[in-house]
Design a protein around this ligand. Structure first.
Ligand SMILES: NC(=O)c1ccc[n+]([C@@H]2O[C@H](COP(=O)([O-])OP(=O)(O)OC[C@H]3O[C@@H](n4cnc5c(N)ncnc54)[C@H](O)[C@@H]3O)[C@@H](O)[C@H]2O)c1
Length: 425
């Protein structure tokens, strides 16, 4: 089939590349000319494991353009994968979505407009009305939300837990379902509003698990239990499972924070106070800041103290800095008067932090530091020569915000190690 994807971001590129891998002809359209030029030249503008390879392997089935007409010509399915960031009010900003709907040209044959962007419940209904107002009755509409996680997006797309398709018209759902031939996954068909809610509810549930285990971690800290042992045993209960039970300094990223706000706001706009979600969001905000208290207890006032931030991206495997906890942490440290030096293997620290020195290597970041904070659990951090780090640091404090490093090994090297929700020695 011929597929068009609007938006060459984290979702659009993976969607386009994976549909090409399944044998479809794909045109990816973006409004940023430099991005399209780079993609045409074989340069992938984001860090996503496996994406470069899959784009290169399917180059003859993939075209990139800024031109709407070229993107839509001959397409049977047009995907919307543009950003839906939060507005000041917390609602999702759908202006890029509406631009695509407005730009859609009249088409001679029936096409299906498929929504991959995460949107509030009711968006599909509003888009349907808009299409009808424009006389585009031969444009069908489905909600086909995306569940991939950055860092594993290609694998997640090709081996999803489920493909959700919400449609007004069964024939449109059939078209989108057949696009996924070759992917072994349960196809879940729903109405449009329910498909939209599946995405928001899934993310909210994952966030709830994160905030839940973080609160358990905080109580563990206060009572002498070890959240790592607790989470492992809790996760063995088949009714609960082990995913998203890793205590740490909170979630970030381009999806969880904005989608939780959008769901909270969606509920509020409908007259409902989503209390549990409010708590999940608040716990996460407080969790990011707990590191400051841990550092102060070890070092005293942070003015003039040198702090190394290890990892900046919101999670390993991506260069995405959107809503990364490192941003809050660095901001708090700077406002306390600390000197901050940071390292990340892929994220562009210089572009996101002012007043923070960016180091080439983790060891360089640790040079002269009073304390190190593990912010992102990059595997590289386990390979650091921590004995050498101990020599190069001015102090010996490690706050492991992801419970990523080996406490025993570090304590044996003379470090004062503190994790999240673990016994404090
Ligand atoms: N990032 C993820 O892992 C993820 C996962 C699931 C769902 N989502 C959702 O998918 C959507 C896209 O997220 P993303 O992270 O890929 O965003 P992104 O910001 O990385 O990419 C969006 C792209 O759309 C382009 N764009 C804007 N207006 C356009 C237009 N009129 N025509 C064509 N392109 C246009 C932008 O230039 C940008 O390149 C969001 O709604 C997000 O919530 C994201």
């Amino acid at each position: 089939m011929r597929v068009s994807v609007f938006g060459a971001g984290y979702v659009g590129l993976v969607t386009g590349a994976c549909f090409a891998e399944l044998g479809h002809d794909v045109v990816v359209r973006d409004v940023i000319e430099a991005k399209v030029d780079a993609l045409r030249a074989g340069v992938v503008p984001i860090h996503e494991p496996g994406l470069d390879e899959i784009l290169a392997r399917n180059a003859e089935r993939l075209t990139f353009t800024t031109d709407v007409g070229e993107a839509v010509a001959g397409a049977e399915v047009v995907y919307i994968a543009v950003g839906t960031p939060p507005t000041y009010s917390g609602d999702a900003d759908l202006s890029d979505v509406w631009t695509v709907v407005d730009e859609l040209p009249e088409v001679a044959h029936r096409i299906v407009l498929a929504m991959k962007s995460t949107v509030p419940v009711g968006t599909g209904r509003a888009v349907r009305h808009k299409l009808d107002d424009r006389g585009l009755q031969n444009v069908g509409y489905v909600s086909n939300p995306e569940f991939t996680a950055e860092g594993t997006a290609v694998r997640d797309f090709m081996q999803p837990d489920r493909v959700v398709i919400g449609a007004f018209d069964d024939a449109d759902a059939d078209v989108v379902a057949s696009l996924h031939d070759g992917i072994r996954a349960r196809i879940v068909r729903t109405d449009v509003a329910s498909a939209e809610m599946v995405k928001l509810a899934s993310n909210a549930f994952l966030m709830t698990r994160v905030s839940f285990i973080n609160e358990i971690a905080n109580v563990c800290e206060a009572t002498g239990a070890d959240v790592v042992a607790v989470a492992e045993a809790v996760g063995l209960d088949h009714r609960l499972g082990s995913h998203f039970l890793r205590a740490g300094i909170g979630y970030g990223g381009s999806c969880f924070p904005k989608d939780s706000l959008a769901l909270k706001q969606l509920a509020a706009n409908s007259g409902y106070n989503f209390q549990l979600l409010n708590a999940v969001i608040e716990v996460n905000e407080l969790q990011k800041r707990r590191v400051i208290g841990k550092l102060e207890r070890r070092l005293g006032p942070l003015r003039g103290k040198r702090i190394a931030l290890l990892g900046l991206a919101f999670k390993p495997g991506t260069d995405d800095m959107r809503e990364a906890p490192s941003l809050v942490l660095a901001g708090r440290l700077l406002s306390e008067g600390a000197d901050v030096k940071a390292w990340d293997p892929v994220a562009d620290g210089a572009a996101h932090f002012h007043g923070v020195e960016i180091a080439e290597t983790a060891l360089d970041a640790l040079d002269g530091a009073d304390a190190a904070v593990v912010v992102t659990e990059w595997p590289e951090l386990r390979e650091v020569d921590w004995a050498a780090a101990r020599e190069r640091m001015r102090g010996n404090v490690i706050v492991d915000g992801r419970n990523h490093l080996d406490p025993e090994a570090l304590r044996a090297l003379g470090f004062t190690y503190e994790g999240i929700g673990r016994p404090i020695l």
